[in-house]
Write a protein that binds this ligand. Structure first.
Ligand code: HEC
Ligand code: HEC
Ligand code: HEC
Ligand code: HEC
Ligand code: HEC
Ligand code: HEC
Ligand code: HEC
Ligand code: HEC
Length: 413
């Protein structure tokens, strides 16, 4: 038998295999990487189409706890009570946006906590007042957050107009937007839509999406604090995925925003209402104690106490409370100047129509707030160079502007 035909056959076979491989490789990736049958069934067939068109979404879901626990695409995408339905490739899914209603069905208790928080109705009312909220929603929120919801729209709604509100304020404050289905807000600002991850919710940058900038520099303060420094250095050593009800200081030995404000570390209990651990209204021009001052402060100190001795914690609070007092004194002095001008008819017109209105607003809204936040969260630079120093400077400017207005008035007489 000659060796030749065998050799030719082998060469042809190899060439065919190679050609098949090359042709297959040239096909679009989405066609070659069909999801496995079992996975497609687990997602309720949605992945059959969507892993081709939006691979990213299906993949994020695939890695989630929901996928592990057989929560399907349709479990979230079906219409919740109060939502319209639409036909969708042999399925019926919710028409329009998904909301907290689509999470509430399985996480009712967390939804209830969330609606008691300032992330719910008060966040929305900070821009639009009661607009869009039902009287029941306003009453409910007011029981937990007095003064948070029953109030007029912010003067900037009028002064800056719709496009500034929609692309600006609303991007952060819609965390508490009233939804057409009767629920409030969204859960996905912190958990994302398809990962439903606690690890992502625990990252400082997640909160920093909104908690940043000159009027609430929590992210910047954290970054420069010892806690932020340690987090940057040791993030990879932390167990950010730890189950919330089993979270200990062995998993998170460096705190993030969530650790202090929400987590239930060492059995303390997770909360979706960060107000539970806050003793002051730091965001206000004049900072007052909250109605639950003592209890809330004890709760936060208990969190600090998981990692620190009592002395360190009490020192931070004692010093920060002094910063609150001095800032209140400075703000009330600045306010007295502006109020005096108005009383004497030297400042006229609607809010934010005179340069001095902005000077006073920046005084408490940027510098005063920043000093207070910095003092509680370990940001010395913010207490001083973004807080007390600009207050000192603006006080001189305010006084000079007031003197000038009074001099002008005297000349006109
Ligand atoms: C036969 C293919 C196919 C299947 C199966 C399928 N989709 Fe879609 N889906 C699409 C296409 C194509 C679009 C783009 C808009 C359209 O045609 O509706 C889309 C759009 C969407 C949108 C965007 C919003 C909208 O209403 O257009 C969502 C959400 C969605 N699909 C969810 C799902 C869910 C959940 C399932 C499973 C219950 C599913 N899809 C099953 C093909 C499919
Ligand atoms: C934990 C709940 C949840 C699960 C599970 C889930 N989704 Fe979604 N999905 C959402 C939410 C929330 C949105 C945002 C909808 C909105 O804003 O209206 C969304 C949006 C989408 C969109 C539109 C996204 C865009 O950017 O255009 C598609 C398509 C989609 N989902 C498909 C799927 C598919 C396919 C699965 C399963 C593989 C799935 N979803 C599983 C909650 C979920
Ligand atoms: C059909 C029921 C169902 C729906 C709808 C649902 N979830 Fe879940 N969710 C679960 C189950 C079950 C678990 C796993 C609980 C466990 O492991 O103890 C879970 C776990 C979670 C976790 C914890 C994940 C972790 O890593 O520990 C988060 C966060 C979460 N869901 C957020 C959401 C959000 C946000 C939505 C809406 C967009 C939502 N869920 C909708 C059933 C649901
Ligand atoms: C980058 C995100 C972001 C934008 C944009 C934003 N805010 Fe806020 N706002 C926040 C955060 C975060 C807080 C909480 C600050 C705190 O408690 O220290 C807040 C607090 C407030 C408060 C004080 C709390 C309260 O309920 O009284 C008001 C009022 C407010 N914002 C109104 C507005 C208005 C009006 C706009 C647009 C002109 C706006 N915000 C734009 C994130 C934002
Ligand atoms: C989508 C934007 C957004 C994200 C993300 C966000 N917040 Fe907020 N947060 C707000 C707004 C807006 C307010 C102000 C609500 C109000 O009082 O009007 C607020 C208020 C707060 C307050 C003050 C509550 C009070 O009683 O005064 C705390 C504390 C807080 N957030 C912590 C967090 C933490 C921790 C995270 C991350 C796990 C986070 N936030 C993520 C927008 C956001
Ligand atoms: C301000 C950010 C934020 C918002 C908004 C938010 N969460 Fe969370 N959520 C967190 C953080 C942070 C954790 C993890 C706490 C910890 O470290 O253990 C968490 C944990 C969870 C868990 C696991 C808790 C447990 O005890 O097993 C679920 C489920 C959950 N969230 C669902 C929701 C739902 C549903 C909503 C909307 C009603 C929502 N979350 C809104 C930040 C948020
Ligand atoms: C080490 C613990 C700790 C960490 C980490 C931390 N905070 Fe705070 N935070 C505090 C304390 C303490 C206060 C003041 C409490 C009080 O009023 O009694 C506070 C106050 C606040 C307030 C002010 C609420 C008001 O009254 O206006 C907001 C908002 C806030 N923190 C958000 C954040 C965000 C966002 C991060 C992460 C970028 C963060 N915090 C990190 C402990 C912490
Ligand atoms: C999960 C653990 C954890 C929690 C909770 C925590 N811290 Fe810390 N803290 C640390 C670590 C780790 C360091 C760095 C210690 C070092 O330098 O060795 C630190 C450093 C500090 C420092 C700087 C110490 C110094 O002398 O330089 C202060 C002050 C501080 N924390 C105060 C607080 C306060 C106040 C709270 C509560 C509002 C708190 N911490 C919550 C872990 C924590």
């Amino acid at each position: 038998m000659s060796f030749r035909p065998v050799f030719i056959a082998v060469v042809i076979a190899f060439a065919l295999v190679l050609a098949a491989f090359l042709i297959n490789r040239a096909r679009p990736k989405a066609e070659t990487e069909q999801p496995e049958g079992a996975f497609v069934r687990a997602t309720g067939k949605c992945a059959e189409c969507h892993s081709r068109t939006q691979y990213s979404i299906v993949h994020e879901y695939e890695m989630s706890r929901h996928a592990q626990k057989n929560v399907s695409c349709l479990d979230c995408h079906q219409a919740a009570p109060g939502q319209d339905k639409e036909d969708h490739h042999d399925f019926v899914i919710a028409k329009g946006h998904l909301t907290a209603a689509n999470c509430r069905s399985c996480h009712e208790q967390i939804y209830q906590q969330f609606t008691r928080s300032r992330h719910a109705a008060p966040a929305w009312a900070a821009i639009y007042g009661e607009k869009g909220l039902t009287p029941e929603q306003v009453n409910f929120s007011e029981t937990y957050q007095p003064g948070g919801t029953r109030r007029p729209p912010h003067p900037f709604v009028q002064a800056e107009g719709g496009s500034a509100m929609i692309s600006g304020c609303e991007q952060c404050h819609s965390i508490g937007k009233p939804n057409p289905d009767g629920t409030i807000g969204t859960c996905t600002n912190c958990h994302t839509r398809h990962t439903s991850s606690v690890a992502i919710a625990r990252l400082p940058s997640t909160c920093g999406q909104c908690h940043m900038g000159p009027d609430h520099s929590q992210m910047e303060i954290y970054d420069e604090s010892k806690h932020g420094l340690m987090f940057a250095a040791q993030e990879k050593l932390l167990n950010l995925d730890a189950e919330p009800d089993k979270l200990t200081t062995r998993d998170m030995f460096v705190p993030t925003c969530a650790t202090c404000h929400m987590s239930g570390i060492n059995g303390l209990g997770v909360t979706h209402d960060p107000s539970e651990r806050l003793s002051y209204y730091l965001a206000n021009a004049m900072t007052e104690k909250r109605p639950n001052y003592a209890q809330a402060q004890a709760k936060m100190k208990q969190v600090c106490g998981q990692c620190h001795t009592e002395d360190v914690v009490n020192r931070v609070y004692d010093q920060a409370e002094k910063v609150v007092q001095t800032t209140n004194q400075r703000v009330s002095a600045a306010k007295a100047i502006v109020d005096g001008l108005r009383a004497d008819g030297l400042l006229k017109g609607p809010p934010f129509s005179q340069p001095i209105d902005f000077l006073y607003f920046d005084f408490w809204h940027y510098d005063g707030r920043t000093a207070k936040h910095g003092a509680f969260m370990g940001g010395a630079d913010f207490v001083q160079w973004h807080g007390n120093y600009p207050m000192l400077k603006k006080m001189v400017e305010l006084q000079a502007a007031a003197d000038e207005l009074r001099r002008n008035r005297a000349h006109q007489k």
